[in-house]
Design a protein around this ligand. Structure first.
Ligand code: PGA
Length: 258
């Protein structure tokens, strides 16, 4: 069975670009990046810049919107949190779940990642579940085990249909914001492991689940990473903050994956 997945290019702005900065970013970006139907571009602004981004991309339905985090809870007395329902109401279609900064700086657990995936799906949004090993884990040869554990735990409360519709991002912790990128081969090796595990869960349909690579991606290395086997897209932090470089990355040559 052939799949219909298109390469996904996702910008994780982290705690950068407020509403006014996001607007001027988009002025620059849309002038440099024309809509293309062979790829999906997703922006993950700060929750406080979502409204500004939604407004700015209104004439560009090819550009999709996501949020960087949601609460495990549905609603109520959780000061400072945003719910998945609020993200949906604000125009988001995607939610990052379990990003390594959430896991390592804020102590987010696998159980919370699983609960967040459920909230995201319940509200009709697509989770982008992030997994990745630390340098110590890689050096001990535990990469496969770590990412498989994070993947299986993260999807453990989802049904097959939801798993088929999700996105998974492999982001080695040692490559995030360090300038040290995984080689295309490193990325392929881990993506193969993830794809096999997803196939174990949902069978042939696992071929349609986009597997993104993230960690020090830039305009220079984007094409070679996108050309790597089993790499269906990129999740980009630092290099997505510059509209010129982000437009270049989004214009990288891609192959339609069958
Ligand atoms: P980076 O971040 O591109 O700045 O390494 C990637 C990410 O954390 O999603």
């Amino acid at each position: 069975m052939s799949s219909h997945r298109r390469p996904v290019l996702a910008a994780n702005w982290k705690m950068n670009l407020g509403p006014a900065e996001a607007e001027s970013f988009l002025d620059g970006f849309v002038a440099r990046y024309e809509p293309r139907d062979d790829r999906t571009v997703i922006l993950f602004p700060s929750a406080l810049a979502v409204a500004a981004v939604r407004q700015a991309i209104q004439p560009r339905p090819d550009l999709r919107l996501g949020v960087q985090n949601v609460s495990t809870e549905q609603k109520g007395a959780f000061t400072g949190e945003n719910s998945a329902a609020m993200a949906a109401g604000a125009g988001a279609s995607f939610v990052l779940v379990g990003h390594s900064e959430r896991r390592h700086i804020f102590g987010e657990t696998d159980v919370q990642a699983a609960q967040k995936c459920v909230r995201v799906v319940e509200n009709g949004l697509v989770p982008v579940l992030c997994v990745g090993e630390t340098i110590e884990q890689r050096e001990r040869g535990e990469t496969g085990e770590v990412v498989l554990h994070q993947l299986r735990a993260g999807v453990s409360m989802l049904n097959h249909e939801a798993i088929r519709e999700m996105i998974v991002a492999y982001e080695p912790v040692w490559a995030i914001g360090t300038g040290r990128t995984a080689t295309p081969q490193d990325a392929s090796d881990v993506h193969l492991v993830l794809r096999a595990a997803l196939a174990g869960l949902v069978g042939e349909n696992a071929r349609g689940i986009p597997l993104l690579y993230g960690g020090s991606v830039n305009a220079k290395n984007a094409s070679s990473l996108l050309a790597a086997a089993e790499v269906d897209g990129l999740l980009v932090g630092g290099a997505s903050l510059d509209p010129v470089q982000w437009a270049e990355i989004c214009s990288s040559s891609v192959q339609r994956i069958t």
